[in-house]
Write a protein that binds this ligand. Structure first.
Ligand SMILES: [Zn+2]
Length: 149
């Protein structure tokens, strides 16, 4: 279960550093960096990055809606296009985390692809137990971190 972020604490007209955002919302700075990868706008191009409050709010609102909207097995939510999209050529790369989830102890997976419309990185989370399904759904071009036994 992911906790609801305290969006009301964000002041629209203020700019925030990643550190400030992580303190304000009680998330790890790495999470904020991941948000930037996912499409969170910064007002500058070099470190330290600054994010406007309204961009942050909008991004997180989208993210929360995104969680509610159901995607087809072969779809991703593109933050830029703001809709469900497929990955370009249906190709994805899978990263396997060392974290396990659920009572079966499946390894968590991140399925990464590129939006068929705007070429942005899109991703979604899954787990090892769904690997067969994922293999049947996508053209997997790269699989990182899965067991060498
Ligand atoms: Zn897109």
């Amino acid at each position: 279960m992911s906790k609801t972020l305290k969006l009301r604490l964000i002041k629209k007209r203020e700019s925030y550093s990643f550190k400030q955002i992580s303190e304000l919302l009680c998330v790890h700075q790495r999470t904020v960096q991941a948000w930037k990868q996912e499409g969170l706008k910064t007002i500058n191009d070099s470190k330290p990055f600054l994010v406007m409050g309204y961009d942050l709010q909008e991004f997180l609102n989208q993210k929360q809606q995104n969680r509610k909207c159901t995607l087809q097995e072969n779809e991703f939510y593109c933050m830029k296009c703001r809709k469900a999209v497929k990955s370009l050529n249906n190709e994805v790369c899978i990263e396997v985390s060392t974290k396990t989830i659920g009572k079966h102890g499946f390894k968590a997976l991140t399925v990464k692809g590129y939006c068929e419309f705007c070429n942005s990185l899109v991703n979604k989370f899954s787990h090892e137990g769904k690997l067969e399904e994922i293999k049947n759904t996508f053209n997997i071009v790269n699989l990182r971190g899965l067991g060498h036994e």
